[in-house]
Design a protein around this ligand. Structure first.
Ligand code: CDT
Length: 313
């Protein structure tokens, strides 16, 4: 029996600061229905899909800040998405800001099965940017002010006939993300992102944003023999141009579907989960070829420690 998961990568265009949750949910419903029309099993929405990317502002009003977070999932506002998904028999992945009952704030994504039950929840591990306002920047990236680093790490879940993992935006740039997921058997990884095209600390990277986006996800897919679904909230959001170029990437590292707009757009790909074995049973047979004994520094050391001066041949 083949294990083909038809995945819809539901790219979103910008969400305005004053756009209501209800209006955003209507957009998500439209994308979900398009996915159902095209026979998708799973529709993947981006990071922080329900609101504008609020870490671009140094907000002071606690009530305004709290309003960007979800305290329950589903809530009255997001329940229509769950109800429609159940009616259509389609699963989804959704990123949002989470405020837990005990006051923790995470950049979170959930995996929802075809019967609208939440089967997996992931909290972003790598939190980029800064935690205090830096006025020299044309816009802020205050994720480190608004979100905690997840203490939970990377998990996987059995769903859609396979093993599914999640990562969020900056996580996709780190090779450890994919390897830790692959070591748990992940066959398909969902990744939502909000990536400004301008990177203030080093603008030489600006023209390379699209390249780096695909570079890391394609490498992650190939080196771990897994499907990667990268989904943007792109376009010009509140004056900040953001990367689109959502893509579905095969275990070969090839892009098999890619968005061509910067707005709401659904791209669809049939992901054959058994194709992972082409890589996992050959060149990247971890059990045979990996050398964890040679990789100790990966977990022992956080930063770079060069050898002392004078060492070497
Ligand atoms: N959302 C997110 O993680 N964005 C970052 C932007 C670069 S760091 C300021 C990313 O890695 O795409």
């Amino acid at each position: 029996m083949t294990r083909i998961v038809r995945v819809g990568a539901a790219q979103m265009g910008p969400v305005a600061r004053d756009e209501t949750r209800a209006a955003v949910v209507e957009r998500l419903l439209e994308l979900l229905r398009r996915g159902a029309e095209r026979g998708c099993d799973l529709v993947v929405f981006p990071e922080l899909a329900l609101t504008t990317f609020f870490p671009r502002w140094a907000l002071e009003d606690p009530a305004e800040i709290d309003a960007y977070y979800e305290t329950e999932m589903p809530s009255a506002t997001t329940r229509p998405l769950f109800d429609e998904a159940r009616r259509l028999g389609i699963g989804f992945h959704l990123g949002y800001a989470e405020l837990t009952p005990d006051g923790h704030r995470y950049n979170t994504a959930i995996l929802v099965d075809r019967d609208a039950t939440i089967v997996g929840r992931f909290r972003k591990v790598h939190i980029p940017g800064h935690d205090t306002a830096e006025p020299w920047r044309p816009f802020q990236h205050l994720e480190r002010r608004y979100f905690e680093e997840s203490p939970e790490g990377f998990g996987v879940w059995r769903a859609f006939g396979g093993i599914v993992g999640m990562a969020i935006c900056n996580d996709r740039r780190w090779p450890e993300t994919y390897r830790v997921l692959a070591l748990q058997g992940a066959e398909l990884v969902c990744i939502g992102y909000n990536t400004p095209l301008h990177y203030a600390p080093d603008p030489t990277q600006d023209p390379l944003q699209g390249f780096h986006n695909h570079l890391v996800m394609q490498a992650g897919a190939y080196q771990n023999g897994m499907w990667v679904v990268g989904v943007a909230k792109g376009g010009i959001e509140e004056g900040v141009p953001s990367l689109a170029q959502s893509a579905v990437i095969a275990p070969s590292g090839q892009i098999v579907a890619q968005a061509y707009t910067t707005g709401d757009e659904l791209i669809v790909a049939d992901c054959d989960l058994d194709w992972c074995d082409h890589y996992r049973r050959t060149l990247f047979d971890f059990e045979v070829y990996r050398r964890p004994d040679a990789y100790g520094l990966i977990t022992e050391r956080k930063g770079i420690v060069p050898p002392p001066d004078g060492d070497g041949p």
